[in-house]
Write a protein that binds this ligand. Structure first.
Ligand SMILES: Nc1ncnc2c1ncn2[C@@H]1O[C@H](COP(=O)(O)OP(=O)(O)OP(=O)(O)O)[C@@H](O)[C@H]1O
Length: 341
């Protein structure tokens, strides 16, 4: 559906060249929700602009829905862009138009006749849950409602791809979740391909099936969300995963435990899928006569299943601790010994 091949984007500025995107190759499947995560300056916005043809890559090719966006121009590009819609962090609504008229705007531009527009706007208002608010102005809406208008407007011309540029970054956590649920629902109902950029792992965890992690213009890691959560490779990915596993907060407790309990091992266990439901801790206590102190525990849902982390101190005779590790390994539970913070 979307193919990025060896993309680099170099901006020429007064102060020299800036490489915003470097050697990126990515494949995004039709109908999937794909996340691109990175801190500020990683190159995410540039990636979005390359995907919708607002920027041309310096090298490499961008193909969307069978069309090489990176090489077409003029009418051809305008037509292709009608099938690539976008929602924004600050909604970008027209403040002097009502909800219904904002949603009708792209239909007017596409030359859709009035009667058809009215029907379509009604459908879209129902789809995003804004029934009853048709005649309100953006200034009378909450942030979540504004983003619902943004989503309805983006869907007006039946796009194939929806690009989400930090679409929930201006919203509070509850509203963020409601908007992410709506995106998930739209993805399921319409089979729409969604690419979202964010700096929040929570967003990735909640709705993406696959993720690419960007740092300094490069994709440093990519794969299925659960795999990346269970086995993050790059340092930056580990930091992002800590955002959802809550292990960052437990740093102090681990420091304290290392001081208070110099014996035994502090271990981070990572469980995924149905392994989160196994009673392994009670089993290692019973079978190997080890002591287990729980330092931190957390379980969250991803679209591919649950993901849990548990930080424990395991103490006992060395051979028994070793046996306990073997049991964990045989259950495919990842155990990582933490010997410093
Ligand atoms: N039009 C431009 N001209 C010059 N440099 C640019 C331009 N657009 C982006 N850059 C630079 O490219 C790099 C990547 O920027 P980009 O906006 O893509 O990152 P980002 O991950 O989206 O970060 P943010 O969330 O802060 O926008 C930055 O160093 C930025 O200053």
């Amino acid at each position: 559906m979307i193919e990025l091949k060896d993309i680099s984007k170099i901006y020429k500025t007064k102060n020299g060249e800036i490489t915003a995107v470097k050697d990126v190759s990515l494949s995004i499947n039709k109908g999937e929700i794909f996340g691109i995560i990175g801190y500020s300056g990683a190159g995410k916005s540039t990636m979005i602009r390359l995907l919708n043809g607002l920027e041309k890559p310096t090298t490499g090719t961008v193909e969307v829905n069978g069309q090489q966006i990176s090489s077409i121009t003029g009418t051809q590009l305008r037509q292709a862009r009608q099938k690539i819609s976008m929602i924004f962090q600050h909604f970008n609504l027209l403040w002097s138009r009502t909800v219904a008229d904002n949603i009708a705007f792209p239909l007017e531009i596409a030359g859709v006749p009035k009667a058809e527009r009215v029907t379509r706007v009604k459908e879209l208002i129902d789809l995003v849950g804004l029934t009853g608010r048709e005649n309100a102005y953006p200034s009378q809406l909450s942030g979540g409602q504004k983003q619902r208008v943004g989503i309805a407007r983006a869907l007006a011309n039946n796009p194939e791809v929806l690009l989400c540029d930090e679409a929930t970054s201006a919203l509070d956590p509850e509203t963020t979740d409601a908007i992410l649920e709506l995106l998930l629902d739209i993805n399921k109902r319409l089979g729409l391909t969604i690419v979202l950029i964010t700096h929040e792992m929570h967003v990735i965890r909640k709705i993406c099936r696959r993720v690419a992690v960007m740092e300094a213009g490069r994709v440093v890691e990519s794969g299925d969300v659960l795999d990346v959560f269970q086995n993050p490779q790059a340092e930056i990915t580990k930091n992002f995963v800590m955002q959802v596993s809550g292990t960052r907060e437990s740093k102090e407790s681990i420091e304290q435990i290392l001081v208070n309990y110099p014996t035994g091992k502090i271990v981070k266990l990572t469980f995924i899928g149905n392994k989160t439901e196994q009673p392994v801790i009670s089993q290692i206590i019973k079978e190997f006569n080890v002591e287990v102190n729980i330092v931190h525990g957390n379980i969250t849902q991803t679209t591919s299943g649950p993901y849990g982390t548990l930080i424990v101190q395991i103490d006992g005779k060395p051979n028994q601790v070793e046996e306990a590790f073997k049991l964990l390994e045989s259950r495919e539970i990842q155990a990582e010994v933490i010997d410093h913070v």
